[in-house]
Design a protein around this ligand. Structure first.
Ligand SMILES: CC(C)(COP(=O)(O)OP(=O)(O)OC[C@H]1O[C@@H](n2cnc3c(N)ncnc32)[C@H](O)[C@@H]1OP(=O)(O)O)[C@@H](O)C(=O)NCCC(=O)NCCS
Length: 187
């Protein structure tokens, strides 16, 4: 399957709409509408001013003019006990419900992790659920046990993530101990 990479800074409204159509099907219980999803995707690249290599992007797999699998990475500077790190925030990973089990999830996540393998980011950091955790473990990710905060929030103590399982890729490497400051909301 061919994976297309779309730089979020130059994402068109039509491209964002096609991805958003998939995302509303992947998360049907979410209050976010198609327009919300589209606008969020467009906003991802709007204020980015960092290096081109780390620019936010979407990875998509299309079939019959439809986006059937998607993942995205957002560069985020996090504060750690070992200093600041620019990590790849993996987000909005989903395969169309009727296309699951074909290996598309694996392909689309490996595409995102490739940016880490290439050295563009030292780690990917993301949230997931207990059900999907084994899927990421098979791909080389591991659980993160550090307390995670967002110092930019008024109540800086709770985790800015809403899912329970926090993971990083790769499982090897020198991941810092102690508190992680996401310096912004979860994703
Ligand atoms: C998680 C998800 C992206 C996987 O997509 P997919 O295209 O079905 O995944 P793949 O076909 O590549 O599956 C790869 C492997 O992971 C396993 N796997 C996939 N989804 C899994 C799940 N929910 N729980 C446990 N294992 C899972 C598959 O069994 C497969 O293993 P195998 O190679 O031994 O058969 C898809 O189920 C999905 O969109 N879920 C809803 C949204 C979601 O939870 N996204 C992740 C949020 S972080």
């Amino acid at each position: 399957m061919q994976v297309e990479t779309l730089d979020s800074r130059t994402l068109t409204e039509d491209q964002a709409t096609e991805i958003a159509k998939l995302l509303v099907r992947v998360w049907p219980k979410s209050a976010k509408t198609l327009a919300d999803r589209r606008d969020q995707l467009l906003a991802m690249g709007r204020n980015y001013a960092g290096p081109k290599a780390q620019a936010p992007r979407s990875y998509i797999i299309c079939e019959n003019d439809e986006v059937i699998a998607h993942s995205a990475i957002l560069p985020r500077t996090i504060g750690t006990t070992a200093g600041d790190l620019v990590i790849a925030g993996l987000t909005r990973v989903g395969t169309a419900p009727e296309q699951r089990g074909r290996g598309l999830g694996e392909i689309i996540v490996r595409a995102a992790f490739a940016a880490v393998d290439a050295g563009t980011f030292p780690f990917a950091l993301f949230q997931t659920t207990g059900v999907v955790r084994p899927f990421y473990e098979k791909l080389g990710a591991t659980m993160v046990e550090n307390p995670i905060i967002n110092s930019l929030e008024h109540d800086a103590h709770g985790s800015p993530f809403w899912d329970k399982e926090i993971m990083r890729y790769p499982s090897k490497g020198s991941w810092p101990k102690g508190e992680i400051d996401l310096r912004g909301p979860g994703y």
